[in-house]
Design a protein around this ligand. Structure first.
Ligand code: TXA
Ligand code: MG
Length: 320
C-alpha cells in the first residue's frame, strides 16, 4: 500500500514562496482561520485549490493581498465607501466584494463579475505576500463543508497528504472567518457574518445583513449546512437538552458555564467573553467530533459583538 507523507509544517517563508511560484499550494496562517493558498492569477493553481478541498466550482475564492494599492490593481472600481472600510479595517477580518478587472481568471470568482479581496492581519502571511509578485487565492484550509482550521495541526489532519507545506503561524487569534461585505448604493451589505463587529461597521453607514438561502450560490459560506462536525450537534437550552438526551453518550459545548466535570464538556469562555469563545469555537468542535460520543449538545452565545457570528456558525453546524 502506498502511504502518502504528511505536509511539512514550518515557518520558512522562502520555501512557501518557492512552492507558490511553481503553482503548488501552501497553507497559510491568518488572524481568522488558516487558508489554502495558491497563485490567484494562475488557473492551474486555482483549480488545484478546488480539487484539494473538494469544493464545488460554483463557490468562489477570496484573494489575499498585502495592502490597498495591490487590491486596487485587481479591481475596476473601488467605491469611496469600500475604500474607507479598507483603510479602517485592513489588515483585518473584512472581505470586500469588488468588480474584478478583465485579467483576473474567471475560475477564481466562479464566473462572477465581482471578486472577494482582503488583507489578512498576520505578520508571516504579510511577509510572504511581500516576497511574491502575485496575490494569493485562499479559501479556508478544510475539506468543503467541514469546520475551518485554526491551527497548523488542524490543516494537517485533513489536507496533510495533499499539500507539501503548511506555514505555521500559531493558533488563529480571531478564530472565525472574515466578514464579507459589498457596497450597493451606499449601503453596506453583509454576505457573511464574521470577525468584524457589526456595530462598528454601522458607524460607517447603513448596514444590511443579507439572509442566507438553502443554496445561495452567491455565498456558499452561507449554505444552511456548513462548518459542520461529522457528529450530530443540537443547540438549545443545555439543562433541558441534557435531560432529554440523558440516555445518549453526549459531549457538551457550553458558553461559560460548566455542566459536567468530564472532559467531554468544553466551555468556550469561563470569563463570559465572546471574543475568547470565538477563538476556541472551531477547536472545540473538532475535539468533540473526535470523542467517543453520539451527540454534541450546545448552547448559543450572547448575541453581542462576534457572538452573532458564533451563533451563525453554530446554527449552520447543527443544520441537518
Ligand atoms: O477569513 C476568511 O475569509 C478565510 C481566510 C483564509 O481568509 N477565508 C475563507 O474563505 O473563509 P472561504 O472560501 O472558506 O469562504 C469564502 C466565502 C465563500 O462562501 C464564497 O462564496 C464567498 O466567500 N465569496 C468569494 N468570492 C465571492 C464573490 N465574488 N461573490 C460572493 N461571494 C464570494
Ligand atoms: Mg470555508
Amino acid at each position: 500500500m502506498l502511504i502518502k507523507s504528511m505536509a511539512e509544517i514550518g515557518t520558512e517563508i522562502s520555501k512557501a514562496s518557492r512552492l507558490l511560484e511553481n503553482n503548488e499550494l501552501v497553507a497559510i496562517p491568518t488572524e481568522t482561520v488558516y487558508g489554502l493558498a495558491g497563485n490567484a492569477l494562475e488557473p492551474i493553481a486555482i483549480a488545484r485549490i478546488y480539487t484539494t478541498k473538494n469544493r464545488p466550482s460554483f463557490d468562489p475564492l477570496i484573494t489575499h493581498v498585502n495592502n490597498i494599492t495591490n487590491a486596487s490593481a485587481l479591481v475596476n472600481t473601488f467605491p469611496a465607501l469600500a475604500h474607507k472600510l479598507a483603510e479602517q479595517f485592513w489588515p483585518g477580518p473584512l472581505t470586500l466584494l469588488l468588480p474584478k478587472r478583465g485579467h483576473i481568471p474567471n475560475i477564481l470568482t466562479s464566473g462572477f463579475d465581482k471578486m472577494a479581496i482582503r488583507v489578512p492581519n498576520h505578520p508571516i502571511t504579510l511577509d510572504l505576500l511581500k516576497q511574491i509578485s502575485f496575490p494569493l487565492a485562499a479559501p479556508s484550509a478544510n475539506p468543503f463543508g467541514y469546520i475551518s482550521p485554526t491551527t497548523a495541526a488542524h490543516v494537517n489532519q485533513h489536507l496533510g497528504t495533499k499539500i507539501p507545506y503548511i506555514l505555521d503561524g500559531g493558533p488563529a487569534h480571531i478564530g472565525l472567518e472574515s466578514t464579507i461585505v459589498s457596497i450597493e448604493e451606499e449601503v453596506i451589505c453583509v454576505h457573511r457574518l464574521g470577525g468584524l463587529d457589526l456595530e462598528i461597521l454601522r458607524t460607517f453607514g447603513e448596514v444590511k445583513v443579507l439572509s442566507s438561502t438553502k443554496s445561495n450560490p452567491e455565498a456558499p459560506g452561507n449554505l444552511d449546512s456548513h462548518y459542520a462536525p461529522k457528529k450530530k450537534i443540537i443547540i438549545g437550552n443545555l439543562d433541558e437538552l441534557l435531560l432529554k438526551y440523558s440516555d445518549s453518550k453526549t459531549g457538551i459545548l457550553s458558553f461559560s458555564k460548566i455542566y459536567s466535570n468530564s472532559n467531554k464538556n468544553i466551555v468556550l469562555s469561563e470569563n463570559n467573553d465572546v471574543n475568547e469563545a470565538a477563538e476556541n469555537l472551531f477547536s472545540a468542535l473538532r475535539t468533540l467530533d473526535a470523542e467517543d460520543i453520539d451527540l454534541i449538545l450546545g448552547e448559543y452565545a450572547p448575541q453581542k459583538g462576534i457572538g452573532k457570528a458564533i451563533n451563525d456558525r453554530l446554527k449552520r453546524a447543527s443544520f441537518f
